[in-house]
Design a protein around this ligand. Structure first.
Ligand code: NAP
Length: 255
């Protein structure tokens, strides 16, 4: 039984990119809220996080799934549905950052960025919605980025992928509302994970410039994004769909 504000008792949730960062905190928040959780990731190194989530008392499983491999995605969903009976909640969180001036980039890197951050989310949605439509119940949260909402230096392609997922979410929400399936986005700002910390290490000046735009004057913590996701997949958020919720400490853009 969950003890927090939002209960996911009896729900089955699949979270992608769950080995670290925001995905890991989301999986743990879901387990705390009472859900059975399937942790999908491109790495097989999920033992530690699976152990942590299991210690919270629910059914937990780690699944190797590269979101750019369509066959792996459909297989992960079919296997989960067989073993757990259904998937009530999908969080498309797997992502990869790309920070470079557009003129200096290469189409190969764009392919990967668009595939992981945009197409991978779409294929996962396609794989799960059949079961959700049958049961007339489902909660989908796509993890976008404020790079998809504002312009920022070095993020033309990453921003396009994330802006794409925001538009996809809005449109999918229209199609799926009649089946009582909520589709929303969470849009993180600058969050204290390996992803941001590697940008800070590789591009410290740019990182300073980004961080100076944050009104709260600190990075967000992955658990703060997880809380927003937990809210959006809870039944308390039943009347919210097609929306994008930024978790960014308030941002202003100086010209
Ligand atoms: P992170 O610490 O780098 O974690 C990303 C996760 O995605 C990792 O577990 C990674 O697996 C997994 N992943 C990457 N490619 C994958 C693939 N092809 N298939 C399956 N899993 C894959 O990043 P994070 O900061 O937690 O980011 C989570 C989400 O938030 C991403 O969508 C990111 O774009 C978004 N976001 C983050 C920030 C931020 O400031 N941190 C800001 C805005 C948006 P491995 O561990 O094996 O690499």
């Amino acid at each position: 039984m969950s003890s927090g504000l939002f209960s996911l008792d009896g729900k089955v949730a699949l979270v992608t990119g769950a080995s670290r960062g925001i995905g890991k905190e989301t999986a743990l928040a879901f387990a705390r809220a009472g859900a059975d959780v399937i942790l999908g990731d491109i790495t097989d190194d999920l033992e530690d996080i699976v152990g942590q989530a299991r210690s919270l008392g629910h059914r937990v499983k780690g699944v190797h799934v590269d979101v750019t491999d369509n066959a792996q995605v459909y297989d992960a969903v079919a296997t989960t549905q067989r073993q757990y009976g259904r998937i009530d909640i999908l969080v498309n969180n797997a992502g990869t950052h790309l920070v470079e001036r557009f003129a200096e980039g290469s189409p190969e890197a764009w392919d990967r960025c668009l595939h992981v951050n945009l197409l991978g989310h779409m294929v996962f949605c396609h794989a799960v919605i059949g079961g959700m439509i049958e049961r007339q119940y489902g909660k989908i949260v796509n993890v976008a980025s404020d790079a998809g909402r504002v312009g920022s230096l070095g993020q033309a392609v990453y921003g396009a992928a994330k802006g794409g997922i925001i538009a996809f979410t809005r449109n999918l929400a229209v199609e799926l509302a009649r089946y009582r399936i909520n589709v929303n986005c969470v849009s993180p700002g600058l969050i204290n994970t390996d992803m941001w910390n590697s940008t800070r290490r590789d591009k410290p000046k740019l990182a300073d410039a980004y961080e100076n735009t944050v009104l709260w004057k600190r990075l967000g913590e992955p658990g703060e994004v997880a809380t927003a996701i937990l809210f959006l997949v809870s039944d308390e958020a039943e009347y919210i769909t097609g929306q994008t919720l930024s978790v960014n400490g308030g941002v202003f853009i100086a010209s």
